[in-house]
Write a protein that binds this ligand. Structure first.
Ligand code: BTN
Length: 328
């Protein structure tokens, strides 16, 4: 499998190049204690990942974009006690990574700089350019029956909203049932949960989160294949974010919210959901098992199912579906 661990020399090189100045191969090699040709190989590797680096004769290399690679030590320091953390340079999909690893009672997290086969909901592809966003999966054994998991994806959306608010996106962030996170009406994060029921009654879940951090629309290569309205933290705030810091805050919130869900169930999150529900009282079309049902979104029930008020006034609950806002 083409999974590669994070490469500390590559991370150091990017930190040196990030200042937007010229750096010659010899002095970069000296600083990193490697040869000039090893520097050249790493520059080629970054270019292969779509990162633009100019090489100017007599002056050296220059990288004009602010690239923040993940720093495994920074993230591990924050979580050493709570989870086993793996940081990868590249992998097909961080969710699939856990399908291939042995089951354990421990909580494990995997974050990658790049996914070659990132998966979205409803068989979509999740666009995963190198070094721009967060692609994170958390393997978590839960003391819960499969039937109790219906609210989990909503709880994960709330944990992302809470992280984004802490990171400075204060009033713009809302949830769209069942598990999209939007900023100013555009998708900023998505969630994909793989569940395996265990014979002893519990469930092993792999929670995958894709969070758009430093991806920009004017970077044509990065964005052209996305077919829905999207935004990123950098586009919303006008600055590039240090992705390790974002990962730390996100993981912290994620683990706290899951722990509370496991202890107290979904009911305690309903008020929080209401406060950030982007669909509330809006006319929507729900695409649900080959039929489209229109109505007015009326919040969620105790299980996290969507309540839809139909034209005849009745309210129906839906456990799954894809919602689209209708123009009034
Ligand atoms: C969606 O369609 O909204 C869900 C997107 C989930 C993407 C994340 S990125 C990390 C993890 N690995 C994957 O292959 N998918 C999820």
């Amino acid at each position: 499998m083409n999974t590669k661990p994070a490469n500390s020399k590559l991370i150091q090189l990017v930190k040196l190049l990030r200042d937007g100045d010229y750096h010659d191969g010899n002095s970069l090699g000296e600083t990193l204690d490697i040869t000039r040709s090893a520097i050249w190989k790493m520059v080629k590797k970054l270019e292969g990942y779509g990162i633009k680096i100019d090489a100017i004769m007599g002056r050296g290399y220059i990288m004009s974009e602010p690239l923040y690679l993940l720093e495994p030590d920074v993230i591990k320091q924050a979580f050493a006690q709570r989870v086993e953390l793996t940081v990868l340079e590249s992998t097909p999909s961080t969710n699939n990574y856990f399908k291939l690893s042995p089951k354990t009672p421990a909580i494990k997290c995997c974050i990658a700089e790049h996914q070659t086969q990132g998966r979205g909901r409803l068989n979509r592809t999740w666009h995963s350019p190198f070094g721009k966003n967060l692609y994170l999966s958390c393997y978590h054994p839960l003391k819960k029956d499969l039937s109790e998991l219906s609210g989990l994806s909503l709880v994960i959306s709330l944990s992302i909203v809470s992280a984004l608010r802490e990171l400075g996106l204060t009033d713009s962030v809302f949830v769209k049932w069942p598990n999209d996170v939007l900023s100013n009406g555009k998708k900023i994060a998505g969630i994909l949960i793989d569940v395996e029921a265990e014979s002893h009654g519990g469930c092993d879940v792999t929670i995958g989160i894709g969070l758009n951090v430093n991806m920009f629309h004017n970077d044509e290569l990065q964005s052209k294949s996305i077919d829905q309205a999207w935004t990123s933290m950098a586009e919303e705030c006008g600055v590039a974010f240090d992705r390790s810091q974002v990962a730390v805050v996100l993981l912290q919130k994620l683990l706290d919210y899951i722990a509370r869900f496991e202890e107290e169930g979904f009911g305690v999150f309903i008020d929080e959901w209401r406060s950030v529900d982007s669909l509330a009282n809006k006319s929507i079309a729900l695409n649900c098992i080959n039929q489209i049902i229109e109505g007015s979104a009326a919040g969620i029930d105790q299980k996290g199912h969507l309540l839809l008020q139909l034209d005849d006034g009745t309210i129906r609950a839906f456990s799954s579906g894809d919602a689209r806002l209708l123009k009034n």
